[in-house]
Design a protein around this ligand. Structure first.
Ligand SMILES: Cc1cc2nc3c(=O)[nH]c(=O)nc-3n(C[C@H](O)[C@H](O)[C@H](O)COP(=O)(O)O)c2cc1C
Length: 227
């Protein structure tokens, strides 16, 4: 789960106003339409799709086209994209918008899986600031009125922290919110999320909502002072 940093009782993501400042963290293989609808029965919020590869999307891969489909009851259609090439990302975003397939697009820069980072993608990307800027800028431009958000980690490891600089770039590029999974890529899913980093990000980013992610297991966790 991902929550808006306090003080927030609602959450505004561009033109989208959510009654609850809560986002279901995207999970490949899990946050499909059935799971999202099940979660939605418990309250308002934003329910993001599984990560979608932009290359597969522009090629209209059959599985990918199925993964981006929403049930008619999903009134807020949120799709998470991943890509390493600004032009392909822009094409994918344009396609979603032109075909009216999404109300919100999240860009994933936080996956630590080696088969992804090896290609220079995901969490390795904010380290390559120009490429990161290019991807986010192109995505926002291609999305037009559809809000684009970014989700990232703290950095590659404790010696290569990127989140503050990446957030500044993303805010400049016009994203509607910034989510931080407060672990480094080298931590994978181990250890604890560093909520002090989320607080630091909240201090640094003043123009758009900051969402904190990591180690939220219960409603009490989400409501905690450091959550
Ligand atoms: C099985 C699994 C799949 C995931 N897939 C994605 C994904 O597709 N996109 C993404 O941004 N994060 C993905 N994540 C990361 C989660 O969204 C979240 O950032 C992470 O689990 C931290 O939260 P936690 O400490 O509550 O587990 C995945 C995590 C898990 C466990």
């Amino acid at each position: 789960m991902t929550v808006a940093t306090a003080p927030a009782r609602t959450l505004r993501i561009g033109p989208i106003e959510l009654d609850a400042p809560v986002v279901l963290a995207p999970m490949a293989g899990i946050t499909n339409t059935a799971f999202r609808r099940l979660c939605r029965e418990y309250g308002a919020g934003l329910y993001v799709s599984e990560m979608i590869t932009t290359r597969a999307l522009v090629e209209r891969n059959q599985t990918t086209m199925r993964l981006i489909r929403h049930h008619e009851s999903e009134s807020l259609r949120s799709i998470q994209l991943y890509g390493v090439d600004p032009r392909t990302v822009a094409d994918a975003v344009r396609m979603l918008v032109a075909e009216d397939r999404a109300d919100h697009i999240d860009m994933n820069f936080g996956c630590p899986v080696p088969k992804v980072t090896r290609k220079g993608g995901e969490q390795a990307l904010p380290w390559k600031l120009d490429l990161f800027r290019g991807i986010v800028t192109e995505a926002v431009r291609a999305a037009g009125p559809i809000p684009v958000t970014v989700k990232m980690r703290k950095g590659i490891d404790d010696d290569h922290l990127t989140y503050l600089e990446a957030a500044r770039i993303a805010e400049d590029a016009g994203v509607a919110a910034i989510a931080l999974h407060a672990r480094t890529a080298s931590q994978f899913y181990s250890g604890h999320a560093d909520w002090a980093a989320i607080a630091a990000l909240k201090e640094a980013v003043t123009g758009v909502p900051v969402l904190g992610n990591g180690d939220i297991w219960s409603a009490e966790d989400a409501q905690a002072d450091d959550g």
